[in-house]
Write a protein that binds this ligand. Sequence first.
Ligand code: SF4
Length: 424
Amino acid sequence: MSAFPQVDSTGCRDGVLQEQGQRQVFCGLTSIVWLHRKMRDAFFLVVGSRTCAHLLQSAAGVMIFAEPRFATAILGERDLAGLADCNEELDRIVHELLERRPEIRTLFLVGSCPSEVIKLDLDKAAERLTEAHEGRVRVLPYSGSGLETAFTQGEDQFLTSLTERLPEQTDEALSLIVLGTLADVVEDQFRRLFDELGIGPVAFLPPRSGEQLPPVGPGTRVLMAQPFTGDAARALIRRGAEWVAAPYPLGVSGTLEWLKAAARAFGVNEQRVEEVTAAPVARAQAALERQRSVLAGRRITFLPDSQLELPLARFLAQECGMELVEVATPYYDREFHGAEREALGEEVRLVEGQDVERQLERLRADRPDLTVCGLGLANPLEAEGLRTKWSIELVFSPIQGFEQAGDLAELFARPLVRHDTLRV
Ligand code: SF4
């Protein structure tokens, strides 16, 4: 007997259509683009090929004047053929890098498809390099390989690696870890709300500096801010922390329920949450009202890309009145996405994974008003007369919390308004 729901004759598991075919997604290296901005004393060294270097350069749009905090140690043909000692070469590159950039306090060695194919052991390399540069820099490994991942899973792997290095909490006093990268402005707003509610101490993971790693233990409560942090959440739970079940803080109701869940975990009553949030809720509702007139009744499809699809769909359907045609996600985490799925109801067509040709066939038959998809598919779909929204923009933009609810709705309204204006 299996503990997991089986795929039935219609290709569904647990009511979610399963697809396994060709995929059109970026790899986990992409997450370096937002992670290096978040953790300002960290450096990301990708151990990969010229393709990896090219992806990073173009995804990050590096300016020639900027001194970026990421780079690629390129594996050459001799490395890939097993003719050179990659470890020696890597040690030399790291040594040179640290000499040139004394401000680096945490160095991430990021694995890629090529480094995984040649089985370069980055865990061991990180241990060796931490020892060699003890007291100067901490070296941590994680994988950004695109072999089996969506681009946001790069952050999950990064956080999991960080989680394993968090100090042990020495007492059982309650503390909160908010898991998943948030824009600084959003983090500051949430911190103010937690303070007003008397919830604390609160740490955001990843922190802005590698020196600010919070302790973890049985007193730690984990509140997930991003739906793509499942492995990191499980790693925290293994270290004794307790998960706080909540929807994700998108839109008014998502944010309110998220805060209420944290409040319950800290023994703060619901009435206090209503009082503290009354003003920001009213502001958010007014901002949403303006976008609702554009979005209500419009049909939307999500292609699988970021793992933000379920909470975004819930927000757009419940708070903006949009009609969900299909909601596809690269990976449906039954444990951490279940509440969002429930909120969508049974009628919505849910898909896990991708078979891009079949998905495009359905899309062409459905012809929704708006399609949320990856960069690679957006232009061809626009050429077919379909309006699109890049899903990666939703990862880069500050969209969580009350103050951002109107902006979030506007991100979806904008392509529709542009289209309507051009048509007139
Ligand atoms: S990690 Fe893999 S998928 Fe990503 S750029 Fe490098 S080779 Fe391509």
